[in-house]
Design a binder for this molecule. Structure first.
Ligand code: ZN
Length: 194
């Protein structure tokens, strides 16, 4: 099976990419193990787009993974996330676009790196949301939505991802050259000892 991975170049999706490449994960409810991974990243006018997408591209280049980019030009998505990291419906929009991209690229599943650490703040990372999106996407595009990290915390991911160079990942929302150390993403990294 060919899989499409929503890839931000942050800790969670980078870990998931390595997992998919290393283990060729096949989950129940899915027809086949993953044989090929294609990454999909979004430029949605986020202030940290340059840093995030550059980091993402370096990672996939290094791993020799096909990498697609989509530009989303919705003013409401261009939010300063250092104050409030929740951009309403962001994952719903990402998944919706990914459904079309997956269908056009003959990918049978979309992988998304939602973790247990996201549940409290991000409604569109919770298991029930992922399950419902899976149902909707199967109806609309014949594509599964899979979130294999929902049972893991960011700390567990970092501990488990021993061989991954986290320095090549980018999380900060501020859009500066160096991580601000103060936004929600920077604080999560610090809490996970990255
Ligand atoms: Zn930051």
């Amino acid at each position: 099976m060919k899989a499409l991975l929503l890839f931000s170049g942050g800790i969670d999706s980078t870990y998931l990419l390595h997992k998919l490449l290393a283990e060729k994960i096949g989950k129940r409810k899915q027809p086949n193990p993953v044989q090929k991974v294609v990454c999909l990243s979004f430029n949605y006018g986020q202030p940290h787009a340059d840093k995030e997408l550059t980091a993402a591209k370096l990672i996939t280049d290094k791993l020799g993974v096909e990498h697609l980019f989509e530009m989303l030009n919705f003013p409401f998505l261009k939010q300063d996330m250092t104050g409030n990291p929740v951009v309403p419906n962001r994952n719903m929009i990402f998944l919706s676009v990914a459904g079309a991209v997956a269908q056009q690229n003959t990918c049978e599943a979309i992988y998304i790196g939602c973790t247990q650490s996201d549940f409290e703040v991000f409604a569109d990372c919770r298991p029930l949301f992922v399950r419902q999106m899976n149902e909707a996407m199967l109806l609309a595009n014949g594509v599964h939505v899979v979130a294999p990290l929902v049972g893991k915390t960011k700390k567990q991911i970092v501990n488990d991802g021993g061989g991954i160079d986290w320095n090549q990942t980018w999380s900060c929302y501020a859009g500066e050259d160096e991580p601000c150390g103060d936004c929600a993403a920077c604080k999560e990294r610090a809490a996970a000892n990255v």
